[in-house]
Ligand binder design. Sequence first.
Ligand code: ME8
Length: 504
Amino acid sequence: MAEKFYITTAIDYPSGKPHMGHAYEKITADCIARWHRLLGEEVFFLTGTDEHGSKIQKKAKEAGKEPKKFVDEMVVFFKELCKRLNTSHDRFIRTTDSDHVKVSQGIFKKIHDKGEIYLGKYSGWYCSECETFYTERDLKEGNCPTHGKKAEWISEESYFFKMGAYTQKVLDYLQKNPSSVLPAGKRMEIINRVKEGLNDLSVSRVNVPWGIPVPIDEKHTQYVWMDALINYVSGVGAFPPESKGRLRKFWPADVHLIGKDILWHHSAIWFSILMAADMPLPKTVFVHGFINTEAGEKMSKSRGTVIDPIELVDRYGADPLRYFLLREIPFGQDGNFSEESLKERLNNELANELGNLVNRTIVMIEKYSGGKIPKGSVDKALQKKLKLDKIGKMMLKLELHHALREIFSFIAACNQFINRKEPWSLFQKKAREECKKELDSVLYSLADSIRIISILLSPFIPETSEKINKQLGVKPGLLRGCRFGLLKPGTKVKKKEILFKKIG
Ligand code: ME8
């Protein structure tokens, strides 16, 4: 039976249009999901939107709309983003979906019925931008430590989750499981915070009507994180005991992919909730870095440095944007976005290295072999240049940028192979049997290598991979097809338009 792999992104606040951070998270998650499909695993990839809570309620009011109408309109942009980026998600969940509401209430009730939720009064600070409670000590001159916006004072009746009681359990779990939070530095960061102790968490609001009603007291709505985090369970199935196959098969998640600002919510809070609900914990919470401006600053609406990812796709195409983000930014670290660097990588790496290799090879097969892949054997020295094991290990360690660099070194090796073998000279001398044989083997080596390159690149730049397959006349392959010599001689190649147009 195929192994399963379940990956999620954070679900985005549809409070404004999607930004580069949203695009980056979806692209990286999609690349990982596609890699695991290549491994032959059964993959479930979940993304979506986080639609309740005071932040959305405020934005809807500012827009003069009912919250549901507001999110219905905004979600269109997020779905459009996924489509334009070519993400292969299995479900786009909205926290207003009725199955999610049911599951979210089910988990709340289960924890309550176990005696882990009690009624009390919350008095403290709250930032509606990140929907997070803060103590006086957390704030920076009265402002949210993450957003710098003024925190508001809240004093109201609230249900509390006894999160304080989970301090030691969460700490033990983090310490015993090196892969629970990655990269390692982020795990240490969270261990140190949890060591300071967890407080009981306010999990309901009486003054935020735009939320899921608390199942045991409809005056209250569920705290938006107590609703949003549960999407990872509802998105892949339903809450036990109703759940049939899917939840049982896919839970726990293999990877929750998130940005660094929400690590606390995904480790301290989420781990405690799951422990209270008697559910297994995710295998890895992977924290990616932030995309900053060219100058290394946070993208900001007021400074006009926010870039619309859909506009970038319009200008350059999805694959160049995907390639740039996956190659340029070491996965797990912050990175800067620069359109100039994107253009450089598009012109030099995608057009000159990859595009040229494919184009030259197809043209030569047409000219020197009547458009059909000749019979030949793959050059042994060239085969050795492909470090398949290394690439596989890098991908499992989520070193996406290293894996992509390694695939491109093989592309460079193929280009060097053409220059060294000079198929055009061999063609001139084709009357000599050994030259004809050598020419056939060079062409076969190149075509077979490109077939393998196309498989390896399919998680990174899927549209390009499809185009290469069409030109080579082959079907999409799996990782086990990355063995040399599998390309069928006689296959007809089809020259199409070049893969990447250079941009001035
Ligand atoms: O936090 N670069 O939603 P969100 C990279 N609804 N990633 C970034 C980024 C940037 N500049 N800015 C934000 C939320 N992100 C909650 C999540 S999950 C149950 C609920 C990342 O729309 C951010 O870290 O503010 C998060 O992982 C994702 O984008 C959505 O952020």
